[in-house]
Design a protein around this ligand. Sequence first.
Ligand SMILES: Cc1ncc(COP(=O)(O)O)c(C=O)c1O
Length: 388
Amino acid sequence: MKNDWIKKQLNAFAEEGLERSARVYPGIGGKIRIDGKEVLNFSSNDYLDLAHHPHVIDRSREALEKYGIGSTASRLVTGTLPLHEELEARIAKEKGYESALIFGSGYMANAGTIPVLAGKNDLIFADKLVHASMIDACRISGAKLVRFAHNDAAALENRLKQFPANGNRRLIITESVFSMDGDIAPLQKIAELAEKHGCMLMIDEAHSTGTFGPNGAGLIRELGIEKQVTVSMGTMSKAMAGYGGFVACSEKLRKLLVNSSRAFIYTTAPPPAVIGAALGALDVFEASPNLGNILQANAAYFRSMLHEAGLDTLESRSQIIPIVIGENEKAVAVSEKLRELGILAAAIRPPTVPAGSARLRISITLAHLVDDLERASKAIIDAVKLLI
Ligand SMILES: Cc1ncc(COP(=O)(O)O)c(C=O)c1O
């Protein structure tokens, strides 16, 4: 029958322990109530606990009440509101760039930008572990994709020598804080290589926006390498606790994106309430510039407790802490055990992470107090020892 393939494909997922489904949760953030019980959620990217912040909600509500529900048109038709321009100016200033452009999501920011930077006959050099949205963007671009070993600047340089420009454009892409490993790219070295070899450089700061750098501006700003980084990409969906993505870049590149980025042009402008919330989150970053430091100190404490018990957290140096289990079924079993104890730590399996490296991915947020971190680390250590 013409639809038999669907069942076959689903069976294949099930046989490999890779079947997924979207469970329903009654709330969001680092702490939620399930059946009247408080549960610690270590799978939320609400790193700074802003999803329920009164100021963020107020700014979102004001925008909603002033403009209505949706933007009701694409940006180039009648969808651009003063709020969009205000947010773009604010992001540009915070990130240390001439200008910025908002997209419907972080995924769309990558999908809409990379194909403008590189096309057929061009070369894209990507870290082995870059996010799926960047890989999809490379595929859309039609450029030749060259991967280099994770966070290995020497491997990147070898690749650059191996694949010279030959009159075409070359783009290097990486993340600052990696989404599944929580480690940090050698950005300074990569920026130097980009400069030395005449390449463009785009860095995805999805997980370092709000959590690192002055006023949460990220690692590019902290290292002062804005000039060498062609595009600083970020998302409003993690530490900013809302939705939407953006790129910060030169004015000229912004103009080119406005004129040629399909993910910018052919979609409705992000809605007012979402933009209002993002402005509110930036206000909080500015008013409380220490939030990222507190988060990183808490994450370091959590890691130290796991290390003391002999658990491996790879090279994590951020609020994202992987605990590699290996087999898919075992990772799921540990995650389920923790769930019974009121701790949500989702098992992340291939293809999100490489085969054989299924893991718990712990996101520390400011909703987690020191007591919570101690309780959770003990539960994780016990569960891993019991089941692995
Ligand atoms: C590194 C990275 N880039 C991009 C994205 C996409 O962002 P968004 O969830 O806003 O679409 C994510 C999140 O899933 C991410 O982890």
